[in-house]
Write a protein that binds this ligand. Structure first.
Ligand code: ADP
Ligand code: MG
Ligand code: MG
Length: 900
């Protein structure tokens, strides 16, 4: 533990800076940085994350130096502010704010107006001249403090809806109703005074403790509670979802209060230096006059736009900050420019205006959706704010998914019945059945249902349900509300502030336009426009080719990357889709799927039932033209690009029916007895089919299968070549473990191919290579490469065999392993670089030792996983191959790997 535990900021100076996020948390580091940039920041100090870790370990005790350092820093602040914490005549108030390394929106706690006591209240009234303001601040302090410190940090877990904050809010509502007050600002000083008394009584009654009337007790209570909030239920569950380590801890920021609730010359707001939904370079934000803290985000009143360009349907009629307080707006706009230039990225900022004076309370790199991320990266690069390489790194490859997002079918949308409009907080289309609670959303989704979570507003307690839902719809809140923020971070379809909805979560019903909708009813959302429709509308796939920014970014990516990106496709349609997404060939075409079609399965079964080679050949003859037709379509779709086709891989029993009825049907079709079928099924039964008679083992024992497939491939190639299509067939033998196995199959393949080529009189270059998916093949890759003309790592099977996990049965323990951190990631999703990766690396090295320019690729699921793609780049592969929709992701990931 470092000796320095407290870092001061304010008055154009600071002990810390933006680089010290680990120690000061994101908020503290940036408050220090802004202060140094001479941006007006209320002075304060940051208690380090190290103190939090210590506090947690030692069971709620502080290092002994802390108190002294806090006192010294407070003195410095008091001097600047010319007032004193706890002083009855001239009191200074503090906010106590959490701040982890990376932002956890709304997860952690913040308490405002610390230091209001019976001793300081009269002084602040005299100083501010506003009794209403002081009691408004005091009622807020009681609400936040009793909730965060006296309830949550004390480990009290009230029943649903019985939390102290909720109960106090209820009291406030009662008073508002009695007074006929619509909004909180309708309550006057006397009302608030009354309310404060009610609050204190409630606190005592429910929590069995008096609300503390000592400023120091309040301060230290708040600091401890913020540290404890790191281990709060919400924070822990958020960290699980986002993959944030528990060890990081939070910092605590103690900062001079500035007041947005002192009258109509005061305000508080949040803004983004660019539009986080579209990426457009326009200053975008919301604020409320005479308000404090999270009022804007909580959707207590309809927020006003900070400028004319930020106006939405809801804020259209309300004056903007630009009009209302032009001087403040101008200063804010200047700070916006300064911050973007300095941080060279879009910022998410919080500000408060006290008596016409602007203060900045927070800046951080703003969350954005995929569409916005791409646009900002391009535009910032074009304005020379960042380099091309940085622009490429600014977009998380997974974010491209959102550009490839489905949309509501516009034709159906036109005809659909509009239920209501709201703010477009998350792009794309979403359809699903209504649920009203996060738990229901999670439960229904687990049953495989598509749901839309409908809430008045969301809170951090709802994140699990929001994650599980297809889309989120709220009645309240603006573009910076919790729902909007979270959905944007995830790139999920979301509409907020849909005021026409009248929701009763307890009755599980919502009324809109005189219609009642119940749990389970279908609705459709257009999150790009903010429209809610009745019923189920079709979803269309996205069209990224119309997005100029996307095209530019991908162009840059393609120039920089060294890895080629191919696709796994078994039919012409997938091949075309992938090609549209930029695929540079097919890395894996599985042929077995072609045998399941209704016109083929009979011939396939006939072959399996045959007792001798002659019988098998006869059946294969029927399959040949069908298979040839498939390849013709694929070759045409991939004109000019390589196509890797794998010979038959799965065990034969997969083609036979297991249940009695189907066996009987098959017997009738084939003209044999049911017993004969049963016998065959019995004889093909294997104790462990994954390790059984499959892959090249099939082709070796039944060479006529390989021969038929190669004949179909090469005949198809000849046929399209004659029509001018450029074909590059690559025949891939699966599941090879020894050189001899591959030798055997290569001989069959080459003999067949040469015969076809001779007969057709066409010259076509083809290759014969192998999948490396058995550890022994990787280990003996030098020998295998004597025969193989290319390698393709089949990392699904390689992972399965290296770990000894059956992919089909891993569901029984893998989730447990992940939850309990026996494994840090699912090795079937992201390549296990430490273990399986070694085999890959070794295989490449040994293979290339024999054949210097051996072409090497990967065709497992990992080919579309960004981390795995980076690995493939590092170990010198020539290409990755992945499913069509992941092709753009792999292209960007490959570019990022080249940049890094
Ligand atoms: P979060 O991490 O959830 O954003 P913050 O610590 O930023 O929480 O606090 C929430 C809000 O409280 C801020 O946006 C701001 O409006 C208000 N706030 C925090 N500190 C102060 C302060 N010193 N003066 C005035 N308002 C404050
Ligand atoms: Mg904040
Ligand atoms: Mg395999």
């Amino acid at each position: 533990m470092a000796e320095k535990q407290v870092y001061f900021f304010g008055d154009g100076k600071a002990d810390g800076n933006a680089k010290m996020k680990e120690l000061l948390g994101g908020k503290g580091a940036n408050l220090a940085e802004m202060s140094k940039l001479d941006i007006p920041v209320p002075p304060g100090f940051t208690i380090t994350t190290e103190v939090c870790t210590h506090f947690m370990k030692i069971g709620g005790n502080y290092p002994k130096e802390l108190e002294g350092q806090v006192e010294a820093a407070s003195k410095k602040v008091e001097k600047i502010m010319n007032s004193r914490f706890g002083n009855p005549e001239n009191p200074l108030l503090f906010s106590v704010r959490s701040g982890a390394r990376s932002s956890m929106p709304g997860m952690m706690e913040t308490i405002l107006n610390i230091g209001l006591t019976s001793a300081t209240i009269p002084g602040l009234i005299a100083k501010s001249g506003s009794e209403r303001f002081v009691y408004d601040s005091y009622r807020r302090l009681i609400m936040m403090y009793s909730d965060v410190v006296m309830e949550k940090a004390a480990g009290i877990e009230p029943k649903e809806g019985m939390g102290i904050r909720h109960q106090l809010e209820h009291e406030m509502q009662k008073l508002k109703d009695a007074k006929g007050a619509k909004i909180d600002t309708d309550l006057d000083a006397d009302d608030l005074k009354k309310l404060v008394d009610i609050f204190k009584k409630k606190v005592k009654q429910i929590l069995k403790k008096d609300f503390p009337d000592d400023h120091n007790e309040q301060l230290w209570g708040a600091i401890g509670a913020v540290f404890r909030s790191w281990n709060g239920k919400r924070a822990v569950s958020y960290r699980r979802i986002e993959g944030i380590p528990d060890e990081w801890g939070t910092a605590v920021n103690v900062q001079t209060m500035v007041f947005g609730n002192m009258g109509t010359n005061c305000a508080t707001g949040v803004a983004f230096t660019r539009d986080p939904a579209t990426g457009e370079n326009k200053f975008y934000g919301e604020f409320l006059v005479n308000a404090q803290g999270e009022d804007v985000v909580a959707g207590i009143r309809t927020p006003q736009a900070i400028n004319e360009v930020s106006k939405t349907k809801a804020s259209k009629h309300l004056p903007s900050l630009e009009k209302l307080m032009p001087a403040c707006y101008k200063q804010l706009a200047q700070i916006r420019t300064k911050l973007e230039k300095h941080y060279r990225d879009m910022q998410d900022i919080e500000f408060t205006i006290q008596d016409g004076k602007l203060f900045m309370l927070q800046t951080r790199v703003g969350k954005r959706n995929g569409v916005a991320a791409v646009r900002m990266a391009i535009e910032m690069c074009e304005k020379r704010l960042i380099s091309k390489e940085e622009a490429l790194l600014r977009v998380r490859p997974e974010q491209l998914d959102e550009l490839l997002h489905p949309m509501l079918d516009p034709k159906e949308e036109k005809k659909a019945q509009q239920l209501a409009g709201g703010l477009p907080a998350g792009p794309g289309g979403g359809i699903g059945q209504i649920v009203f609670t996060a738990d229901d959303a999670e439960a229904w989704a687990k049953q495989g249902k598509k749901v839309i979570l409908v809430r008045n507003e969301t809170s951090p307690e709802d994140v699990h349900g929001m994650k599980a839902a297809q889309a989120i719809l709220t009645a309240m809140g603006g573009m910076t509300s919790h729902a909007a923020l979270v959905a944007r971070g995830w790139g999920k379809c979301c509409i907020v502030g849909c005021g026409a909805l009248n929701i009763s979560a307890t009755k599980k019903v919502m009324a809109v336009k005189g219609k009642e909708l119940h749990e389970g009813d279908w609705i459709s959302l257009n999150g790009t426009k903010g429209v809610v429709y009745d019923g189920k509308i079709g979803l269309l796939p996205a069209d990224p080719q119309k997005n100029v920014h996307y095209k530019k970014l991908m162009g840059w990516a393609d120039k920089i990357r060294r890895l080629n990106v191919r696709t796994n496709a078994d039919n012409p349609q997938d091949a075309r889709t992938a090609r549209n997404f930029g695929a540079e060939g097919i890395g894996l075409c599985r042929t077995e799927h072609m045998f399941f079609g209704p016109d083929r399965i009979a011939a396939m079964r006939q072959m399996i039932l045959a007792d001798d080679e002659a019988g098998r050949k006869q059946a294969l003859k029927k399959l040949l033209p069908l298979q040839r037709r498939d390849f013709i379509g694929i070759f045409k779709a991939m004109d000019g690009l390589p196509v890797t086709i794998r010979t038959l891989d799965p065990p034969l029993h997969e083609f036979l029916p297991n249940d009695k009825a189907s066996q009987k049907e098959m017997a009738e079709q084939m003209g044999v007895t049911v017993e004969a079928i049963k016998d065959k099924v019995q004889s093909l039964h294997e104790a462990n089919p994954m390790l059984g008679h499959r892959g090249c083992r099939l082709g070796i024992t039944y060479p006529e299968i390989t021969a038929m497939q190669v004949q179909a491939i090469i005949e198809a190639a000849c046929q399209v070549a004659k029509k001018g299509v450029k074909v590059h067939p690559e025949i891939m033998i699966p599941l090879v473990g020894t050189k001899a196995e591959l030798e055997n199959q290569k001989k069959v393949a080459v003999e067949t191919a040469e015969k076809v080529l001779q007969k057709a009189g066409v010259k076509i270059k083809y290759m014969v290579g192998t999948m490396i998916e058995i550890p022994r093949a990787a280990l003996t890759a030098d020998q295998v490469a004597e025969v193989a003309e290319f390698f393709s790592f089949g990392t699904n099977d390689l992972t399965q065999m290296t770990f000894g996990y059956s992919r089909d049965d891993a569901g029984k323990f893998l989730p447990y392993y992940l939850k309990n951190k026996i494994l840090s990631a699912d090795p079937f999703q992201t390549l296990d670089q430490q273990g399986v990766g070694q085999l890959v690396q070794l295989g490449i090295q040994r293979g290339r030792a024999t054949r210097k320019d051996l072409k090497v690729g990967i065709c497992g699921e990992h080919g579309g996983d960004p981390k795995s793609v980076e690995f493939c780049h590092r170990v010198g592969m020539n290409y990755v191959s992945c499913s069509p929709f992941r092709v753009p992701i792999a292209r960007l990931a490959a570019a990022q790997a080249a940049v890094r």
